[in-house]
Design a protein. Structure first.
Length: 296
């Protein structure tokens, strides 16, 4: 019944729209033509098909923009403190203790109470071993006299021989990054090697060369009195500790060199060859850093 009424209503509307006179039927309700929408079309209930344009938010200044975080879940507070202190390894147990006296090279030398600069001057003139023959520059070491950390490597490479400065090649750049990562900028660290002249073809220094040169290192450490010594690589570790033990067995211990804590780790050049050693090295240098804090 309702359908029939609607058909009538449309029919009457169409007539009205075409200008025809309205039909008057007894008993039927006529809808005035001037208000056709009194009979709703089905589509009248459908929202306008042309959507309103989306509201344009005013552009946000870049500094206000939230920065996406890849690792932090919402609501999680960032960890406080420097990066090197996060998940820090504990201080390992005590290792070897070295109490030997300074070498005879300096025992009757007028420079016994010398400064680091005076020792460096001796090194530049040194002919105690065959490594002097091919050197362009001796590399005594560098760093402030009040450095809390002393880094000891093996010997100069080509770049060091060329410049007269320690750890300036690729391995040196990595060392600089490592030191920066533990908040000890390179400029605050004393850096030197076991031998002060470059072995040919970057070979490992021979024992007689080490024996001839190590008194300079001993004297530098004696003058410097650092809070911590970081021996990087097997040659530095073996020489300072007077042992033939492997680097792996010397790691993760706090040795003592004439009263100064000594930590052993990989040489940066070794890290360039084997990135798997970066993690243990990162732990070792953070142990050394903790010891610096404890002693400084
Ligand atoms: S390596 Fe050492 S001992 Fe040998 S010549 Fe150079 S400074 Fe002297």
């Amino acid at each position: 019944m309702t359908g029939a009424r609607e058909l009538w209503a449309r029919y009457l509307e169409q007539r009205a729209q075409l200008g025809e006179s309205p039909l008057v039927i007894q008993g039927a309700r006529q809808h005035p033509p001037e208000s056709p929408d009194r009979v709703p079309a089905p589509e009248a209930a459908i929202p306008p098909t042309t959507p309103e344009p989306p509201r344009q938010e005013p552009p946000r200044a870049e500094s206000d923009a939230p920065r996406p975080s890849r690792s932090r879940s919402p609501g999680k507070k960032p960890k406080a403190g420097p990066r090197w202190k996060r998940d820090m390894p504990p201080i390992p147990p005590r290792g070897m203790v070295v109490t030997a006296a300074t070498s005879d090279l300096f025992s009757e030398d007028p420079l016994k109470e010398a400064s680091l600069d005076a020792v460096a001057a001796m090194i530049h003139e040194c002919t105690q071993c065959g490594l002097c023959e091919n050197r362009n520059n001796a590399v005594p070491g560098e760093g402030p006299g009040d450095a809390l950390l002393a880094v000891v490597g093996e010997g100069p490479g080509a770049k060091e021989d060329e410049t007269g400065r320690p750890f300036v090649g690729r391995a040196g750049e990595l060392l600089t990054e490592i030191l920066a990562a533990i908040d000890l900028p390179r400029e605050q660290v004393y850096i030197c090697n076991v031998v002060k002249c470059r072995p040919p073809s970057n070979r490992k220094p021979q024992q007689d060369e080490i024996d001839a040169c190590v008194p300079y290192l001993h004297r530098q450490l004696e003058i410097l009195k650092p809070a911590v010594i970081l021996a990087m690589g097997g040659t530095a570790a073996e020489t300072l500790l007077g042992t033939r033990q492997s680097l792996g067995s010397l790691r993760n211990k706090v040795h003592e060199f004439r009263g100064t804590p000594l930590v052993v780790t990989y040489h940066p050049a070794a890290l360039l060859r084997n990135p798997n050693w970066k993690k243990p090295t990162w732990d070792d240098v953070r142990i050394a850093r903790q010891l610096v804090d404890n002693r400084g």
